[in-house]
Design a protein around this ligand. Structure first.
Ligand SMILES: *Cc1c(COP(=O)(O)O)cnc(C)c1O
Length: 366
């Protein structure tokens, strides 16, 4: 049985490899791990993830509600800014709320007095080389940095969230930046009961020095007497999922082109935003093709890849590493058929958990 493309295929066995590393880090370091829903929110696999993680963290009312209702366990609320009309509902779904600014804390401290409250700190250093995704960029709105100002609100908070890593697979860079955080915020950290170090640490990647990472987290936790949290998004789901597509047409315009039944703008938007190529495996062979999406955007291109054989209409192309910042961002641009979502169970069987229809497209607007 072949499912009709396009569809995202989440492979639970591959997801499990990440989950086991996360469980190892929790065990060895004492840190808690919360899934960052803004990266991945496909709740059909939360059953598996729940056993290996402590809960979820969020960036909006919708996400905190999904985390509470679909994942359970510990639920953290964070948002760049909450509106007056949503704060009560946010608090009703959360164990902890982390305010982005002192202004937001002061506005909502009383309404959130029944749960644990915290503040986002911005250490003004980051691992991001991409301005667009750099929380420490000049004039950043993401968190407070002035220790004297934060001291004045310590009576209303018990911890901090610091998110300044971005796809950082370099442990020594993480270690150095944590040292800079300690230098800058040491006096605040000593008053805290918990510190979340955010996401963006690629510790489930191959060859990451997990034991050194665990020791560093444990030392940090012991030194300041804090419960450490990690908020892995990409690290939780990396390499677990593919986007399965079919070739609809081939052309030769100086290069061999293959058009597939998907689109980077609609189904893998981050490739476009960050100007990255998709991944195809094994990407070997004598036949090179530019694999293109079917939207009318001229630059809707997955990338150029090598194939063992000539591509023909009806051939399948499997785009690798398609879980993070993809399904949460898919959209109806050009009305392109929305990929279904399928899960490969641990026993190898594949089941479709969601298909999208014309009605979903129609109802996405009015
Ligand atoms: C984006 C984000 C995360 C998750 O980042 P990943 O790079 O996907 O691990 C965690 N915490 C916060 C505050 C974030 O903004």
């Amino acid at each position: 049985m072949q499912l009709t493309t396009p569809y995202y295929l989440i492979d639970k066995a591959k997801l499990l490899r990440n989950m086991e590393k996360i469980a190892y880090v929790r065990e060895r370091s004492g840190a808690k791990a919360l899934l960052a829903l803004k990266c991945f929110a496909t709740w059909s696999v939360f059953d598996l993830m729940r056993d290996y993680m402590d809960g979820t963290t969020s960036s909006s009312l919708n996400e905190v509600r999904l985390g509470h209702e679909r994942f359970g366990k510990e639920t953290h609320a964070y948002s760049v800014a909450y509106a007056d009309y949503e704060i009560d509902e946010v608090v009703s779904h959360a164990d902890k709320i982390i305010f982005n600014s002192i202004g937001q804390l002061e506005r909502f401290a009383d309404k959130a007095a029944g749960i644990v409250r915290g503040l986002r700190l911005n250490p003004q250093v980051s691992s991001s080389s991409f301005d667009l995704a750099d929380p420490a960029r000049p004039f950043s709105r993401l968190g407070e940095w002035d220790v004297a100002k934060v001291e004045k609100v310590m009576d209303r908070i018990s911890g901090f969230m610091i998110h300044n890593n971005c796809e950082n697979s370099d442990f020594s860079l993480f270690d150095r930046m944590l040292g800079q955080i300690e230098e800058k915020f040491g006096p605040l950290l000593r008053q805290a009961e918990w510190v979340s170090l955010g996401g963006g640490i690629h510790f489930t990647g191959e060859n990451y020095p997990l034991d050194a990472f665990c020791n560093r987290l444990k030392d940090f936790s012991d030194k300041y007497g804090v419960q450490v949290y990690l908020e892995p998004g990409e690290a939780s789901i990396t390499k677990s999922t593919t986007l399965e597509t079919t070739v609809l047409d081939t052309l030769y315009n100086g290069k061999h082109l293959a058009i597939v039944d998907s689109s980077i703008e609609a189904h893998m938007l981050d490739l476009l935003i960050y100007r990255e190529s998709a991944k195809v495996s094994p990407n070997r062979g004598p036949h090179r093709y530019m694999v293109c999406g079917k939207s009318c955007l001229a630059g809707d291109i997955f990338g150029e890849f090598d194939f063992p054989n000539e591509l023909n209409v009806g051939d399948r192309i499997s785009i690798q590493d398609a879980a993070g910042y993809t399904m949460v961002k898919k959209n109806w641009f050009n009305g392109v058929k929305m990929p279904a979502i399928a899960i490969k169970e641990l026993d190898g069987s594949i089941r479709t958990v969601r298909e999208f229809t014309y009605a979903d497209y129609e109802q996405s607007l009015s």
